[in-house]
Design a binder for this molecule. Structure first.
Ligand code: PEP
Length: 250
């Protein structure tokens, strides 16, 4: 059985007090015996307090990014060892905002992937096409290239520490979501790539999340598709009731 996962990417939102308040609410209202893994990704400076606050619960605290080097002269950056030292063992890599605004290319991401996996940190690897790619019918090619160049260099064993997050850029933060059929079509394509290029075991066992304007009122339909194993949630992760409604929809 593949893991079912709902992850909230808080982006550059919530100061220390707001982080504490939102997490308090999540802890109070969360389903305690769900099979769905619940992940939240607060900003770096609030990770340690979130880890301490969530300790002993079923909420996993993840980072939104990390640097590919293990240490060194990279002013302002955060290393994998720093994350691990505060018990953060999951990281989001390749979010479209990192790709678009911070120059993260497939080859930089391939390095980040190597560093994270070498250090036994689980990756939520994001990828997805832009609107122009979908309109020109090039979306399958774009997604395949992102996966081949960013991820397919890892060993079969390392796939056990990888979660995929298909996030069409045109659906992120726009209120426009891929239809459940569009999500299923792409997720099935991604699974077939894994089957053809890695192994059928990896294809069956790798969780593929959908991200892009998932809300309480559309989550059930998107999550009902057989190849959609959960979601990566942006805006709706900032309200406890909305986020938990999405968790409960999986
Ligand atoms: C995201 O940023 O990963 C995302 C899916 O955002 P939103 O849910 O706001 O579209």
């Amino acid at each position: 059985m593949r893991k079912q996962i709902v992850a909230g990417n808080w982006k550059m939102n919530n100061d220390s007090k707001q982080t504490k308040a939102l997490l308090d609410e999540l802890l109070a209202k969360r389903p305690q015996s769900t099979n769905t893994k619940i992940v939240i990704a607060p900003t770096f400076v609030n990770l340690q307090q979130a880890v301490e606050q969530a300790a002993g619960s079923n909420i996993i605290v993840a980072a939104q990014n990390m640097h590919q080097a293990e240490s060194g002269a990279y002013t302002g950056e955060i290393s994998v060892g720093m994350l691990k030292s505060i018990n953060v063992n999951t990281v989001i890599l390749g979010h479209s905002e990192r790709r678009a605004y911070f120059g993260e290319t497939n080859s930089i991401l391939a390095e980040k992937v190597k560093t994270a996996l070498k250090n036994n940190v689980t990756i939520i690897f994001c990828f997805g096409e832009e609107l122009a790619d979908r309109q020109s019918g090039n979306h399958f090619n774009v997604v395949e290239t992102q996966l081949r160049e960013g991820l397919f260099h890892i060993t079969e064993e390392q796939w056990g520490s990888v979660v995929l997050a298909y996030e069409p850029v045109w659906a992120i933060g726009t209120g426009e979501t891929a239809s459940p059929e569009q999500a299923q079509e792409m997720h099935a394509f991604i699974r077939s790539l894994l089957r053809d290029n890695i192994s059928s075991t990896v294809a069956e066992n790798t969780s593929i999340l959908y991200g892009g304007s998932v809300k309480p009122d559309n989550a059930t339909e998107i999550f009902s598709k057989p190849d959609v194993d959960g979601g990566l949630i942006g805006g709706a992760a900032l309200k406890a009731d909305d986020f938990l409604a999405i968790v409960n929809a999986k």
